[in-house]
Design a protein around this ligand. Structure first.
Ligand code: F3S
Length: 391
């Protein structure tokens, strides 16, 4: 792989140990994937932030990198294992909280903005079309590639940190235009008009895609929240972290010959397959983290009601602050629902605490089952809230 003088200096340790280690991670990855060189990135989103996933070995690695590592580009974090301010209200164990705080402190020492969210594009970490970036969380990566038209592979924790500390990533995979072309057309012949149904669509197309990129046709309209739900689902159920929607997403693609039809029966079957519980002990909305419009809607649905089940709303802290100012948070909190900043039902240590979940997120269903052994109910946001208030 060809390196510039600046990159060679980094690799030789002229910019300190953390940069040296970072450069060796990037060069190793580049060589594995046949990259010609390293390219600058404008933004990083680091995954692998929850102590539940990192453990002590991960924390040690971060401490090592934080000794002399400083970020060189805008960098935010994926959700952590708890709300960093309000963890006690979410029932988090104090020892877990102590370790999670050490993780965040290590990132802060590197200069990382300690906002933990899978929707960095809602809080100012929003790349422009064509930007090369190094993001980690799969839904955010898919949204960035497909909806924003930025270019990123799905980075792991160490490689995203390496990009943050050097400002570079290896040029392979979805950084190259030839790898961003659609492989098949998915013609949608079903009504898909809310984030839950877009999640079901992602389930169907992801399983057909098996790592390939679809060009989706037949969708006339999609909101930001719909595209967020589709991004999370399609990659979770087997697609590449990229899709095209004719007339909606901004990337250009050649039109492949292979064609599949997705009809109402496919969507209904996907929805059916994601439901295997009669009732839910725990309800989670905000996978990926909620937009301010979603918080507005949730506050309207909860206004004057009291929840009878544990209901968490996942959201980035800066979005919650906007909701505080607009009065949405108060209505939500008076109902007994909990605004869970910085975290979510998948990265928080919830195994064994609940046995069933209701959510409007197809990704949330997949990991709720896989990580936490939950039985699942997959419904619209409105129906999940009804379940929470006992209607
Ligand atoms: Fe985000 Fe957690 Fe879902 S990281 S996409 S809320 S599983």
């Amino acid at each position: 792989m060809e390196l510039t003088e600046e990159q060679k200096d980094m690799l030789e340790g002229k910019n300190g140990n953390a940069v040296k280690k970072s450069m060796s991670i990037l060069v190793a990855l580049g060589e594995i994937y046949g990259a010609k060189g390293l390219i600058p990135v404008t933004s990083v989103q680091i995954s692998g932030v929850s102590y539940d996933n990192l453990g002590d070995a991960g924390l040690e690695f971060l401490d090592e990198m934080a000794k002399d590592g400083k970020i060189r580009v805008k960098t935010t974090l994926n959700p952590a294992g708890m709300d960093m301010e309000n963890w006690e209200a979410l029932g988090i164990d104090p020892e877990f909280a102590r370790k999670q705080k050490l993780v965040i402190e290590a990132f802060e020492k590197m200069g990382v903005e300690a906002t933990c969210t899978c929707t960095p594009y809602f809080i100012g970490n929003k790349p422009d079309f064509g930007d090369h970036i190094a993001w980690g969380e799969s839904s955010a990566v898919t949204y960035a590639n497909s909806v924003l038209g930025a270019k990123t592979n799905k980075e792991g924790g160490p490689s995203s940190i390496a990009s943050a500390l050097t400002g570079f990533t290896a040029e392979y995979g979805l950084h190259l235009d030839e790898n961003r072309q659609a492989h098949f057309v998915a013609e949608v012949k079903a009504k898909v008009d809310n984030p839950m149904l877009f999640g079901a669509l992602g389930n169907v197309i992801g399983r057909i895609a098996k790592g390939r990129i679809p060009l989706i046709t037949g969708i006339k309209k999609a909101t930001t929240e719909d595209l967020k739900g589709l991004s999370a689902s399609i990659v979770t159920y087997g697609g590449a972290p990229m899709f095209h929607i004719e007339g909606i997403t901004p990337n250009k693609t050649s039109v492949p010959e292979e064609r599949v039809v997705v009809d109402k029966e496919d969507i209904d079957n996907a929805v059916k397959g994601m439901n295997d519980a009669e009732d839910a002990e725990f309800i989670f909305i905000g996978c990926p983290h909620c937009s301010i419009e979603e918080l507005k809607k949730i506050s309207e649905l909860l206004d004057g009601k009291i929840v009878k089940k544990e209901l968490w709303i996942g959201v980035a802290r800066p979005i919650k602050k906007i909701a505080d100012k607009r009065g949405y948070s108060k209505i939500i909190e008076v109902s007994g629902a909990k605004l869970a900043c910085d975290t979510c039902h998948v990265v928080a240590p919830l195994k064994g605490r609940f046995h069933s979940i209701a959510t409007n997120s197809a990704k949330g269903i997949f990991y709720g089952r896989g990580k936490n052994n939950f039985k699942t109910i997959f419904r619209t946001m409105e129906d999940c809230i009804k379940l929470a208030v006992g209607e």
